[in-house]
Design a protein around this ligand. Structure first.
Ligand SMILES: Nc1ncnc2c1ncn2[C@@H]1O[C@H](COP(=O)(O)OP(=O)(O)O)[C@@H](O)[C@H]1O
Ligand SMILES: Cc1cn([C@H]2C[C@H](O)[C@@H](COP(=O)(O)OP(=O)(O)O)O2)c(=O)[nH]c1=O
Length: 197
């Protein structure tokens, strides 16, 4: 079973992902961007303010393809539980928002990015969405370029909402404004329910 954690920067995904490792020591814990050289290429692009948005999408997508073949598919083939801190929905939400603001000329960016994945990706069985307002998210993530960042994260959040509307059965929304121990407890409850199913 493939369970993914999604949400804005600073929504608490890594906190939850680390807590789950104590509960499911035999599961495969993984994340995107990965620590492969593809992930490093993504990191270089993220650090470049002039990075081409379409090129960046394909770097993230290359990292995803390698993540699938190297980590996710083998673990699933062994019947394992895979828990990923970010996965394809991050691309749909973030690059959907980035492309919408760019002059790449792509009319329906979110749908475009989904379409690229449809041919080869492996959709999650369930996705836990840590729901947080953009302002708190930016503060928690320690973003200094707050005004600009807030606007961007608001667009990303809108995209997550569209993804949830399109596939409500897959998403489990968790209120990420609550205290960390409450968020972790709620996520553990959801994962236990999914694994027992
Ligand atoms: N529920 C929470 N309430 C308040 N602060 C939190 C909560 N969850 C995480 N944090 C803090 O917010 C920051 C970002 O958390 P992190 O788990 O790294 O989020 P993400 O992986 O989604 O970016 C960290 O400093 C973390 O300690
Ligand atoms: C996986 C992925 C991440 N991102 C972005 C989200 C984050 O701003 C950044 C790094 O992700 P991450 O290291 O998970 O950051 P955080 O823990 O703060 O959420 O990369 C994309 O834009 N597209 C993607 O496909």
């Amino acid at each position: 079973m493939l369970i993914t954690l999604e949400g804005l920067d600073g929504s608490g995904k890594t906190t939850v992902w680390e807590a789950l490792q104590d509960v499911y020591p035999d599961a495969t814990f993984t994340r995107e961007p990965t620590d492969s050289w593809y992930g490093e290429a993504v990191g270089r692009s993220m650090g470049d303010p002039d990075a081409d948005p379409l090129a960046e999408l394909f770097l993230y997508t290359a990292d995803h393809a390698n993540h699938l073949s190297e980590t996710v598919r083998p673990a699933l083939a062994d019947g394992g539980l895979v828990i990923a801190d970010r996965y394809s929905d991050s691309r749909f939400a973030y690059q959907g928002a980035t492309l919408a603001r760019s002059d790449a000329g792509i009319e329906r960016p979110l749908e475009y990015v989904r379409g690229i994945h449809a041919a080869f990706s492996r959709p999650p069985d369930a996705t836990i969405y840590l729901d947080l307002d953009p302002k708190t998210a930016a503060e928690r993530a320690g973003r200094t370029d707050k005004f600009e960042r807030d606007g961007y994260l608001a667009a990303v959040r809108d995209n997550y909402e569209r993804l949830i509307d399109a596939d409500p059965g897959r998403f489990h929304r968790v209120d990420a404004t609550r205290a960390p121990e409450d968020v972790v407890a709620r996520v553990e409850e959801i994962v236990a329910g999914l694994v027992d199913r």
